[in-house]
Design a protein around this ligand. Structure first.
Ligand code: ZN
Length: 105
């Protein structure tokens, strides 16, 4: 076998290997994609760790105890925030109202 032949053969071999590798990659990608389409069902995520959970679970946390605790804390602080959000404007309106009443009297 001449030197040129050997080089040509090596080139052919690497080209074949590259083609095979590309084929394999394409196949695995296709497999991954088909898996993905099967996996995606309607679902929601745990509000703490974003783990996919069932749509029916309420509140939206997984069964991890730390997530449940974390969610409880968040809920209560959010409730407090909501109360403040209504309470402060309420007080302000009340004060304005009282001022108007006393001014009118
Ligand atoms: Zn979680």
């Amino acid at each position: 076998m001449s030197r040129a032949d050997r080089i040509a053969n090596a080139g052919k071999r690497t080209a074949k290997e590259a083609r095979e590798a590309a084929n394999k990659r394409r196949q695995s990608e296709r497999r991954k994609n088909s898996n993905k389409s099967i996996d995606i069902k309607p679902h929601r995520h745990c509000v703490v760790c974003w783990k996919p959970i069932s749509l029916e679970i309420e509140p939206a946390v997984c069964d991890d105890e730390s997530c449940i605790e974390n969610n409880k804390k968040r809920e209560s602080s959010r409730k407090r925030l909501t109360i403040m959000l209504y309470l402060f404007p309420g007080i302000a309106i009340l004060l304005i109202f009282l001022q108007l009443m006393s001014g009118g009297a």
